[in-house]
Write a protein that binds this ligand. Structure first.
Ligand SMILES: [Cu+2]
Length: 155
């Protein structure tokens, strides 16, 4: 019982050991503060990395200058292309399931109503001539999550 009782500062002058204990707990408190500051710093760094990664991802997929688009593995390859006004783009289905190239937006296709292939079986192709400059989004009407872009520059 006697050993467990805590010594209080008021009963006796504070012995050196008590100071030692106090500085230890202070040190522990300080290290917790440093740890919490480090956690905040780590969080800020992570947010920064995510922001940079997000920006790189959005600009990291530049349109490819080609008029040939493959439909392969449920994706348009390349996903984004650049052409000149008056150019004709050819889509070729390489998948064993049918795909249907259609102008955005799904399901009304009002941006470029003429851009519509109908069902393309494996090996079949579809051509469309872009006359108007602009950025035209399209998709597969059967699998609307398959999206592509044609950037048409002034001819
Ligand atoms: Cu559609």
């Amino acid at each position: 019982m006697q050993k467990r009782r805590r010594k209080t500062a008021s009963s006796k002058p504070v012995p050196e050991r008590a100071w030692g204990f106090e500085s230890l707990s202070q040190r522990f408190y300080k290290s917790r503060k440093i740890f919490s500051a480090m956690k905040k710093l780590l969080f800020a760094v992570l947010v920064g990395i995510l922001l940079v990664a997000g920006c790189t991802q959005s600009s990291g997929n530049p349109p490819v200058a080609t008029k040939e688009v493959k439909i392969s593995n449920f994706a348009f390859v390349p996903q984004a292309i650049t052409i000149k006004a008056g150019d004709t783009v050819t889509w070729t289905n390489e998948d064993s399931v049918p795909h249907d190239v259609a102008s955005n937006p799904h399901p009304t296709h009002t941006d470029l109503p003429g851009l519509r292939s109908g069902e393309l079986q494996k090996g079949q192709s579809y051509n469309f001539t872009f006359t108007q400059a602009g950025t035209w989004g399209y998709h597969c009407h059967l699998h609307p999550s398959m999206a592509g872009t044609v950037v048409v520059e002034e001819g």
